[in-house]
Every structure is written in C-alpha cells, then in structure tokens.
Design a protein around this ligand. Structure first.
Ligand code: NDP
Length: 330
C-alpha cells in the first residue's frame, strides 16, 4: 500500500526547543532499540514507524547497535525511508549512535576517530541517507582522549554527514567537559541522552538536569516507561509477547511482589487523575523544562496512540509528586 502522511499531523503534536539551540524536537521521540530487528515482522515495524510520523513524531532514534542483529534496525528504518518517508526527509530528525560495542574488533567500540567515523559511514549506508541529523557518542570511553572523540564528532559535522552532535550515558563531569570542548570546536553539544523515569532518578541526583540548563544542551531521556514497567501491563500477569518475556534486556525476575505493589500504588494515583500509569510516567519526565523529549519505544500503534496523549492531563500537583516519590523510589 502507498503511504500518504496524515495532513493533520502537526495539529496536536507539541515541540520543545533543544537547550539553547535552534532545533525543536517533538515532546515524544521514537526509538528503534527493540523489536525493529529481524525478530519482529517488518510490516508491523513499517506500520508503527509511519503511524509515529502521522502522530507528529518527527524524531527517530537509532544506533548501529540496534537489532538483533546489530545494524538491522537501521536497515529496516532505511527500507521505510526509501519506500514511504523519502518525500518527508526534511521533516525528519534522524539520530544514530556509535561507540557501544557491536563486535569484538577494537574498531567496533569506544570513542576513537576510527570507530566513530567508520560507524557513521556504515549507518548512512544502512539508513539510505546522506546525513543524519544527530550523531551521538553512545557511551563514554575513558581509554580514548576526549579530544579525539570531540574531533571525530566535529569532523562528522564538517563533512556534512551530521547536522548536530550528541552524547549518551555520560556522567555529569564528562558531559560538562565535552560540552566545553565541542563549543570550542564550533560544534555545540545539541543533546545528552540519559535514562530517566519515576524508577530511575539518577539525573536528578548527579546534577545533569542542572548542567543541561547551565551548559545549554537539551535532554532526550530514554526508557521513560522503564521498558514497560511503568505501565499497567505487568500488574497481574506477564503478557505473551511483552518485553519481559522476549527480550534479554528486561528479565522477568524484576516483576517481583515489591515491584507490583509499587506499580499498583502508582497506577491507583494515575486512575484517580483519569489517566493511565504510562501516561502519568511520561507526563512526569516531561514536567522538567530541561527535558526536551521523552524517547519511547512501542510494539504496536495502539501503544503510541495511547502514550502521546500523556500531555493532555492536568499538571501534577506537589501532593501528587510526593505520592510518586513515596512509591517510585526504592
Ligand atoms: P520505554 O521505557 O518507553 O519502553 C517502551 C516499551 O514499553 C515498548 O516497546 C513496549 O514494550 C512497552 N510499552 C510502551 N507503551 C506501552 C503501553 N501503553 N502499554 C503497555 N506497554 C507499553 O522505552 P525503551 O526502553 O524502549 O527506550 C526507548 C528508546 O530509547 C530506545 O528505542 C532507544 O532509541 C533509546 N535508548 C537509548 C539507550 C542509550 O544507551 N542511549 C538505552 C536504551 C534505550 P512491549 O510491548 O514489547 O512490552
């Protein structure tokens, strides 16, 4: 079937400015980490990607690593770009990442110029595009001089292969240092991609939220639903096909009685507010002005339809935030 983008896709979508840059990102970005490899039907993947675009989700997050196997998610996205989204390339922010190991070779991991620029070149081929919008260093590498990583990121932009650069999983001090070095290199840090959810408050404690504001970069926060733990799906059972059953990244062992009682309390609060736990969890990360975008995954179009409505509810009150703290923190 031929794809025609929904004409009303910008009417209800919300955009937020990434730090002190000129770039807006959608409040919800879509990530292809899981179920976009060879493990899930391509037609379903295509349907989800196109549905995301129809909902005003203009930002698609990828990495050389995503699959399985590694690289498959970018190849699959590349197919959808070629067959359906090519006319909209200018309306899409594509991200990729390099440096998280994708093989035993020393050139398939780390932060060297060799690793980063080879990976980017390969990702461009897989995605079938001349440039990505954001090129990330996927995680810090203490064994490579940070200057080399900075020079490689800057080269990606100077060569026209990336429009902006980002970092992911960097601790606060290294994030500040690389932001300084990138600014001096004329390629300001656009965004940092950390994990953030009701169940993982690290960036509130380690100063990253504050640093984002003072250094002027945006935050694209991943796993805001804690991979599905912050939805109602695991309250009673572990449904067939859910990530806790079929992914190596989410063990069913985390579905403990303690988890269930915490999730049930949060679910009760969400219900009292007339929303779902998933919507509460997404609204919670986006209540922070420093958070530019909540980076979600989905295994169906229905999940996406549901999740993007998270901003349609009354702001969280201090009393509600206190209840979330009581049940959200170990
Ligand atoms: P989420 O926390 O949003 O989890 C998404 C998963 O939760 C879905 O795939 C689905 O899994 C389940 N889900 C979503 N909505 C619902 C719903 N309404 N009801 C029930 N279940 C639901 O994010 P991810 O962990 O997927 O991470 C998002 C993106 O962040 C990744 O794709 C990737 O781009 C990025 N990321 C980056 C990392 C990094 O190191 N930089 C690390 C991890 C992620 P299912 O239906 O299969 O159970």
């Amino acid at each position: 079937t031929t794809y025609t983008a929904a004409p009303d896709r910008y009417e209800s979508s919300t955009f937020r400015r990434a730090g002190k840059s000129g770039l807006d990102l959608p409040a919800f970005s879509f990530g292809l980490w899981q179920k976009f490899g060879t493990d899930y039907p391509f037609q379903t993947q295509r349907e989800i990607i196109l549905h995301a675009f129809d909902l005003g989700i203009t930002h698609f997050d990828n990495a050389d690593r995503y699959g399985p196997p590694h690289r498959a998610a970018q190849q699959n996205f590349g197919k959808v770009l070629a067959s359906d989204l090519a006319p909209h390339r200018d309306e899409i922010v594509l991200s990729t990442k390099a440096g998280n190991p994708i093989g035993p070779s020393p050139y398939l991991k780390g932060g060297s110029r060799k690793t980063l620029l080879n990976s980017l070149e390969h990702s461009l081929r897989d995605l079938g595009t001349d440039y990505v919008d954001i090129f990330y260093h996927h995680r810090p590498d203490e064994t490579t001089p940070i200057e080399e990583t900075v020079a490689a990121l800057a080269a990606a932009v100077q060569q026209g292969k990336a429009l902006y650069v980002g970092i992911s999983n960097y601790p606060t001090d290294q994030a500040h240092r690389i932001a300084d070095l990138l600014a001096a290199a004329g390629v300001p840090l656009l965004v940092h991609q950390p994990r953030y959810s009701i169940f993982d408050r690290t960036i509130e404690r380690n100063g990253l939220l504050d640093l984002a504001e003072s250094d002027g970069f945006g935050l694209v926060v991943y796993s805001p639903l804690a991979q599905g733990l912050l939805t109602d799906k695991y309250l009673e059972t572990i449904p067939d096909g859910a990530r806790a059953v079929n992914s190596t990244f989410l063990s069913p062992d985390v579905i403990t009685d303690t988890y269930r009682s915490r999730a049930a309390e949060l679910n009760k609060l969400a219900e009292a507010r007339g929303q779902s736990l998933a919507q509460l969890a997404l609204q919670w990360v986006l209540r922070r002005p420093a958070v530019t975008s909540a980076l979600v995954g989905a295994s169906s179009t229905a999940q996406l339809d549901h999740n993007v409505r998270a901003l349609d509810f009354a702001p969280l009150t201090d009393a509600e935030l206190a209840i979330i703290d009581e049940h959200g923190v170990d």
